[in-house]
Design a protein around this ligand. Structure first.
Ligand code: UTP
Length: 291
């Protein structure tokens, strides 16, 4: 896969208050979708999109994310001794998926502040952002879909989807004009619009490609909603000055920061799982008779 995006940042330092109490000690990014933690699907998507270097932004108590992408020597020795070669390979490969680095966001001051912690990792090149609690399943990795749009238009790219009128009032609403196929030009946006302020039902969901200029913009961005430095405030400034490309991506998104999203991800992934899929389908059919 050839495109110019080599680096990705995965912010995973949020407090996850919508999925408490489990997220008190277990990072929501480590919640299982059948047998893999959410963040593994996200790292796999980045790797399948041609990304070589990944920075995961963590904070206190999220050390198990680092452990997951490291060797587990004792476990590997045990699997080797008992001849469980396939599982041994699965476990070992986690330490070699990509060049993964970690940095801590020392205060939880919002997604924009988290992204700003990636400045020295990113340097002076465009980079992908994959939100740590947004798992998007697709045969054509969504990060790669955005990288191709960056290659075609050369400005920042946002993954977009149409949402309902009720949802858009909690998200950001984008001013868009069609470019071709599923691509749009984004020239403005408004955060949490009132009904009369809605620009379109398109909102930014889970993935973007940002130019390095975003860091200077973030430095100048004052705290917004909830007293946090909002990435969308900085993106608005990019949309107005340089324009952004919106990709109405092909993929199924699961919001792992919300309880229903977690259940949907688990249920739909379990149905497709080679080991448990058939049994789970039978179980669901039985169960549905009693609903
Ligand atoms: P969210 O706003 O969905 O995460 O941020 P949150 O703050 O954990 O959610 P609630 O509202 O308390 O339940 C989107 C992504 O940005 C990361 C989160 O980990 C998530 O992956 N994030 C958010 C940070 O890394 N740092 C922050 O200060 C805030």
């Amino acid at each position: 896969m050839t495109h110019s995006i080599r680096k990705a940042v995965i912010p995973a330092a949020g407090l996850g208050t919508r999925v408490l109490p489990i997220s008190k000690v277990l990072p929501k990014e480590m919640l299982p979708i059948v047998d893999k933690p959410a963040i593994q699907y996200i790292v796999e998507e980045a790797v399948a999109s041609g990304i070589e270097d990944i920075l995961i932004i963590t904070n206190r108590g999220k050390g198990i994310i680092e452990d997951h992408f490291d060797h587990a020597i004792e476990l590997e020795q045990r699997l080797e001794a008992s001849g469980k070669t396939e599982m041994l390979e699965t476990v070992r490969s986690l330490a070699h998926m990509a060049n993964i680095c970690f940095v801590r966001q020392k205060e939880t001051r919002g997604l924009g502040h988290a992204i700003n912690c990636a400045r020295s990792f990113v340097g002076n090149e465009p980079f992908a952002v994959l939100y740590g609690d947004d798992v998007i399943m697709s045969d054509d990795p969504v990060c790669g879909q955005l990288c191709r749009a960056y290659g075609a238009y050369g400005c920042g790219v946002v993954g977009i989807k149409e949402v309902t009128v009720e949802q858009i009032q909690r998200y950001s609403s984008l001013k868009v004009s069609p470019l071709r196929d599923n691509l749009y030009q984004v020239t403005d946006m408004i955060e949490k619009p009132r009904p009369e302020e809605i620009l379109s039902l398109f909102s930014i969901l889970g993935r973007c490609i940002l130019p390095p200029e975003i860091f200077d913009i973030l430095d100048r961005t004052a705290p917004g909603a909830g007293g946090e430095i909002q990435l969308t405030d900085a993106m608005k400034s990019l949309a107005r000055s340089q324009g952004l490309t919106g990709v109405d991506f092909i993929g199924t998104r699961y919001d792992m920061g919300n309880k229903l999203g977690i259940l949907q991800a688990t249920c739909e992934t379990a149905l497709k799982h080679p080991e448990v899929g058939e049994d789970f389908r039978r179980y669901l059919l039985e169960l549905s008779k009693r609903l």
